[in-house]
Design a protein around this ligand. Structure first.
Ligand code: OSB
Ligand code: MG
Length: 368
């Protein structure tokens, strides 16, 4: 039975700044949770960052929701299954990234107790995940080509470029001209609006695998209007916070691909539900990333092993992100642009307590 939960806010230096249409990240903040009971521990990562750029959630809002509501609900009524855990959350609205963290830690805890890897528990088949790399906005097309070149040399076979108004067609055109054959896609992180409809149609010239989240997160209808005219599949990220959003988006053809981030949709269970829905409708999915530490990366690899994850995921090798990670072993890129899914029980990673302490800004302990 769960008897103790620790939560900490950590901050880690990224190896290089990551720029998107909503801002630049030089350091990454996140929350790490550790569950404990009967001598078993479970780890979870909350991907919410220091400011509400990607979504309304931040480390501050997630801390509040976890400390005041989610953790007390779980300790008051220690769950014996994932369903029981999710039942503890009912009556608490929103804040999917906060819930996802606690759910991840509970999956890790259960897996260790049952001696099963998360991949086995979720029903994943693949043991190597095809992955790509997501490259932040650069100061010029020439610099972007340099970055692309270096990742291709490392062995990544799919490249995603971040774009924004003023940093789009020229960059994509330059990269496509330099590398005619590569799998290429773009991500706007909600930076455009309906006035850009005709402009966005020009992306069809570059044989992109998909265009990710061009419009605002709460704007399914306009995405459907765009998809009507755009030949390239629209892929939704920020807009899909639940299986209901996924169903409705597909119903109105607002997208033809979905980026599944378990953290964004409230956890692995909801992520699997969206996967199942998409598989049944023949909609390809892939796993997005939030610059996770080794903890969240292990979780993403596990869900990406499900059969519907047919496109390359944004799960790059550990060395791309941090000087020092908080979990081991580090994830390495295989020569065929895949990363192995851990097969030890639970998430299958060991947390480096010393590194964790080093990066901790705030800590709190919760007892049954
Ligand atoms: O939109 O996919 C995104 C990182 C932070 C916030 C949003 C996004 C991203 C990425 C990075 O694209 C993917 C990765 O973890 O490598
Ligand atoms: Mg995205």
């Amino acid at each position: 039975m769960l008897s103790n939960i620790e939560m900490r806010h950590i901050r880690m230096d990224l190896k290089s700044p990551f720029r998107t249409s909503f801002g630049v990240e030089q350091k990454r903040d996140c929350l790490i949770i550790r569950l404990e009971g009967d001598g078993i521990e479970g780890w979870g990562e909350c991907v919410a960052g220091d400011r509400p750029g990607y979504s309304y959630e931040t480390t501050g809002t997630a801390w509040h929701i976890l400390a005041e509501f989610l953790i007390p609900a779980v300790l008051e009524n220690p769950p014996a299954s994932i369903d029981a855990l999710l039942a503890c959350f009912s009556g608490i609205k929103g804040h999917p990234q906060a819930r996802a963290c606690l759910e991840m830690a509970y999956w890790d805890f259960l897996g260790k107790r049952q001696g099963l890897s998360l991949r086995r528990m979720l029903g994943g088949l693949k043991d190597r995940i095809p992955v790509g790399v997501s490259i932040g906005i650069q100061d010029s097309p020439a610099l972007m080509i340099e970055r692309v070149e270096s990742y291709l040399r490392q062995g990544y076979t799919r490249i995603k470029l971040k774009i924004e108004p003023g940093n789009d067609l020229q960059v994509v055109e330059a990269v496509r001209a330099a590398y005619p054959g590569i799998a290429l896609q773009v991500d706007a992180n909600a930076a455009y609006n309906t006035a850009d409809h005709d402009h966005l149609l020009k992306l069809d010239a570059f044989e992109l695998e998909l265009v990710e989240q061009p419009y605002a997160e709460d704007d399914l209808i306009d995405h459907a209007e765009l998809q009507k005219d755009l030949q390239t599949p629209v892929c939704l990220d920020e807009s899909i916070l639940s299986r209901r959003h996924a169903r409705q988006a597909l119903q109105i053809d607002a997208c033809r691909v979905i980026n599944i981030k378990p953290a964004r949709v409230g956890g692995l269970s909801e992520g699997v539900a969206i996967h199942d829905l998409c598989l049944a409708k023949d909609i390809p999915v892939w796993c997005g990333g939030m610059l996770e530490t080794g903890i969240g990366r292990a979780s993403n690899l596990a869900i990406a092993s499900l059969p519907g994850f047919t496109l390359h995921s944004d799960i790059s090798a550990s060395e791309r992100y941090y000087q020092r990670d908080i979990a081991h072993p580090l994830f390495e890129l295989n020569p065929d642009s895949t990363i192995n899914v851990p097969d030890a029980p639970g998430l299958g990673v060991e947390v480096d307590r010393e590194a964790l302490e080093l990066f901790t800004l705030r800590y709190q302990d919760f007892k049954h």
